[in-house]
Design a binder for this molecule. Structure first.
Ligand code: GLP
Length: 207
């Protein structure tokens, strides 16, 4: 494990974008595991800027996102599909059909989890998994625990996680109670993992 200390958020974002770019340049058909939350937004902005300058090509890149709220459609502005479209996919030349986010509206969420594991396996696994971290240490939506699920699964969000994500919704009542998330097994199977943490609120979780 390597720890890169960054001066500030823009330094962290540039360093992260550099590492993601290296992956894209070294393997133009790489599978990127992508994350939502406010932390990776700066890195995504930097990747878009380098794409616009002609330095990056996403045309053969495939992606799998970590998680999605159960009950939100991809058109809902707080869904993670919407987040990815607006913060990255719509601004680079990745093919939308090569981007994957769990379907929060699947009637059978358990079956959707099985399908999603199959998607990751069919792509040959993840080359680089980008992660943020929750204030309580959650990864994707895997809450701290002594026992972890290996594969994609449905989780009941903790009150703490719902409260900390409530800032994006009109009220706490609108924050979904469940989510579909890759398991720790899916994440740990990635060939490389890049975890980003920014700000004092994450210090305890990182420690
Ligand atoms: C959500 C996501 C996580 C993310 C976390 C931290 O709960 N499911 O994947 O790491 O938020 O978000 P932020 O980067 O906004 O602090």
């Amino acid at each position: 494990m390597k720890i890169y200390a960054a001066k500030d958020y823009s330094d962290l974002s540039r360093k992260a974008a550099n590492l993601i770019s290296a992956q894209i340049i070294m393997k133009p058909d790489a599978v990127l595991g992508l994350a939502t939350g406010s932390t990776p937004v700066g890195a995504y902005k930097q990747l878009i800027a380098w794409y616009e300058e002609g330095d990056l090509d996403f045309s053969r890149i495939r992606s799998v996102n970590l998680d999605e709220y159960k009950g939100l459609s991809g058109e809902h502005d707080q869904s993670y599909r919407y987040f990815m479209n607006h913060n990255l996919f719509n601004h680079v030349n990745i093919r939308k059909e090569d981007t994957n986010v769990p379907n929060g509206l699947a009637e059978d969420a358990e079956a959707e989890c099985v399908r999603y594991n199959g998607v990751i396996a069919a792509m040959g696994g993840i080359d680089l998994q980008l992660l943020g971290i929750g204030g309580n240490g959650h990864i994707g939506f895997n809450e701290p625990s002594s026992v972890f699920e290996k594969g994609t699964h449905v989780v009941t969000l903790t009150e703490e996680t719902r409260q900390s994500n409530a800032r994006f919704f009109a009220s706490i009542d609108e924050v979904p109670t469940h989510a579909l998330t890759m398991g720790v097994g899916n994440i740990m199977s990635a060939r490389k993992i890049l975890l980003l943490a920014s700000g004092e609120a994450k210090a305890k979780a990182v420690y």
